[in-house]
Design a binder for this molecule. Sequence first.
Ligand SMILES: Cc1cc2nc3c(=O)[nH]c(=O)nc-3n(C[C@H](O)[C@H](O)[C@H](O)COP(=O)(O)O)c2cc1C
Length: 191
Amino acid sequence: MQISIFSGSPRKTGNSSIIASKLEQEFTNLNNKVTCDIIKVSDLNIYPCTGCESCSNTSRCVIQDDMLEIYKKVQLSDVIVFVSPIYFGSITGQLKILIDRFQPFFAAKYLRKQPIIPSSNNKIASLIAVSGMDKQRFYENAQEIIKVFCINSNIKLGPGLYLGGVDYAGEINDKPLLKNKVSELAQLLID
Ligand SMILES: Cc1cc2nc3c(=O)[nH]c(=O)nc-3n(C[C@H](O)[C@H](O)[C@H](O)COP(=O)(O)O)c2cc1C
């Protein structure tokens, strides 16, 4: 089983990083057949979609950057987890740029009627969001973006997690009850 965890925070030792590592540890403890990669989105060289519409005719993106590897990874992954801080009520800009670059998946499915990921598959995606304040609507807003990614890519949206009231870098380590929810989610996602 192949799992990709996309960590959307630019803070190297922040809460999302800690959550992503905890998740990886849980997945590999639960199933020794799991191969898990953590992708730190802010370490990648990803340009924003320019809306050129080339993909409407080809189902491919003309921009040659680190997205080439990300497209492959998503196609090969059984479980895809996005871990993001809430920035201004949504996911981070870095993660949004990556998600917007899935426009070729939209074009392939809806315009060219030849989906890149076939509609019958067992892939599942999930969102873990962490934020300074504890406002459920932040999570709902962020999840809406992941939902659209899932619809366009033919991936089922699975259960997720909102960890509100976690602000300074590393604060998740001081909240073991919240951190334990990550273990529970790992189990749900690979059951
Ligand atoms: C640019 C920026 C915008 C933020 N916007 C929000 C927000 O809208 N709501 C909120 O509750 N927290 C907000 N925060 C706080 C982060 O969500 C919080 O610090 C989180 O724990 C950071 O996660 P990280 O350690 O993985 O980077 C913001 C932080 C930054 C740097």
